[in-house]
Design a protein around this ligand. Structure first.
Ligand code: AMP
Ligand code: MG
Length: 423
């Protein structure tokens, strides 16, 4: 979407904010501008957690590879089970996991079997140890009421040989690593991680370790961004702090766009005297949009810088995290998987009344918990100013107050995005 598109398509969400996109329009514009990374690399299975698969994984074997016992007990032929009363069986062998039994079970015979052991020839059913009565050294008594085929895991019942287990775009989880290991995969072909360069802007920023002079603050955004990027599983290029100076910023922009797929800055996107981000992006790249009808996070400059996508996040520490969660993190996922993740939204009772006027989309930092009646309830995690990072730190969710919402009364149902589910 070009700058012109934005100005000729004003949002009707907020009459006083006609140049802003809605949250959804911003997502659509970002998504339309992204070109998924196609480069691939081979990684060991241990290094593949969270990586995005670039190949089809076809199972070379059946899992389980052989029909085996699900219980410790006695394997026998189901046809031999007593229809009523009790029947005695002679124990002819013992089957342990990882071993095969040569003896063939015939009528009146059974094999002592351990969990995971292959079913011995002539057997198709296992009676649990607890349900068999041992009578003498090699004799057990089994009563009626068992089912033919019970307690047996069939070869290939989990994964059949030749089945497609995972395909390109799959974001690998801990369970996936287990599944792939069970098939004998040692290495996987995955997409290269996005390279993300980021820097803070602002003359007031000092690094940790410096002594603060009047009016100066520590650069906290670099640390929250570093952590957010680490969670997102990308290759991180930390370019430090850049002063509010056109030449220094232009040089940093140019360097960042040459080393990264995505460039992220914080600060300098408001309309103050020293806010140069949008101007420099316009001169050296292309501005797609620069305001979103949302709170916090209204000024967000998005566009293209050389081959890189550019996100100029606001300076306020809360707005940095919120805009990262809502736009940057899904965009990073999209870059490797080709899918814009659907964030989980659940409903909960609002513990308090929440003031809001229709217009912007508001994200309230909240605490989601169960009330004493076991219902999910939610309330603000503290003061909501966009510089108040402690209420972000206490929060475990965003309460979503959409554009048309005109406030929430106590006890009303609201939509909530739990942090733990943000992708
Ligand atoms: P700006 O968008 O540059 O006007 O910044 C908005 C607010 O965020 C100002 O109060 C800045 O001091 C603050 N801010 C900007 N960058 C950072 C940073 N890296 N760490 C902490 N606060 C910041
Ligand atoms: Mg600034």
């Amino acid at each position: 979407m070009s700058t012109a598109d934005v100005t000729t398509q004003p949002s009707c969400a907020d009459a006083s904010d006609p140049l802003s996109l809605t949250v959804q329009q911003a997502i659509d514009a970002i998504r339309a501008a992204l070109v998924p990374i196609r480069d691939q690399e081979q990684v060991a299975i241990r290094s593949s957690l969270g990586r995005v698969l670039a190949e089809e994984c076809i199972s070379p074997i059946d899992v389980p590879s052989h029909t085996n016992s699900a219980m410790d007990g006695y394997a026998l032929a189901g046809a031999d089970l007593p229809p009523d009363g009790v029947r005695e069986f002679r124990v002819i062998a013992t089957a342990l996991a990882g071993q095969t039994v040569a003896e063939v079970c015939t009528a009146g015979e059974c094999v002592r079997i351990m969990t995971g052991a292959p079913m011995p020839p002539g057997t198709d059913t296992v009676v649990m140890q607890e349900q068999a009565e041992k009578v003498g050294e090699a004799q057990v008594r089994i009563d009626a009421g068992h089912r033919v085929g019970q307690n047996v895991r069939q070869a290939g019942e989990d994964i059949a040989q030749g089945a497609r287990v995972f395909g390109p775009g799959r974001v690998l989880t801990a369970a996936d690593l287990g599944v792939l290991a069970s098939l004998g995969f040692a290495e996987l072909r995955v997409h290269r991680r996005p390279r993300v360069a980021f820097f803070s802007t602002g003359d007031e920023l000092r690094s940790i370790g410096d002594v603060l002079a009047e009016g100066e603050i520590y650069d906290s955004n670099r640390y929250s961004l570093f952590a957010l990027l680490t969670e997102a599983g990308v290759d991180i290029i930390d370019l430090g702090v850049v002063r509010d100076d056109r030449a220094a910023l232009a040089a940093a922009f140019s360097h960042a766009s040459r080393v990264a797929d995505v460039v992220i800055t914080s600060g300098g996107v408001s309309v103050g005297e020293a806010d140069y981000t949008k101007e420099i992006l316009a001169n050296h790249g292309k501005v797609s949009f620069w305001t979103i009808a949302m709170k916090p996070g209204r000024p967000l400059t998005f566009g293209q810088l050389g081959q890189a996508m550019f996100f100029g996040l606001p300076g306020n520490p809360v707005a940095v995290m919120l805009t990262f969660h809502q736009f940057v993190r899904p965009a990073l996922r999209y870059l490797v998987s080709g899918d814009w993740p659907t964030q989980l939204v659940i409903e909960a009772r609002s513990r308090l009344a929440l003031k809001k006027r229709p217009g912007r989309f508001e994200f309230v930092r909240g605490i989601l918990s169960y009330d004493d009646q076991g219902r999910l309830s939610v309330g603000p995690s503290g003061a909501q100013g966009s510089g108040i990072l402690t209420s972000m730190s206490r929060a475990n969710c965003y309460i979503l107050l959409a554009e048309d919402c005109g406030g929430v009364s106590e006890g009303e149902t609201v939509s909530v995005q739990p942090f733990s589910t943000l992708l």
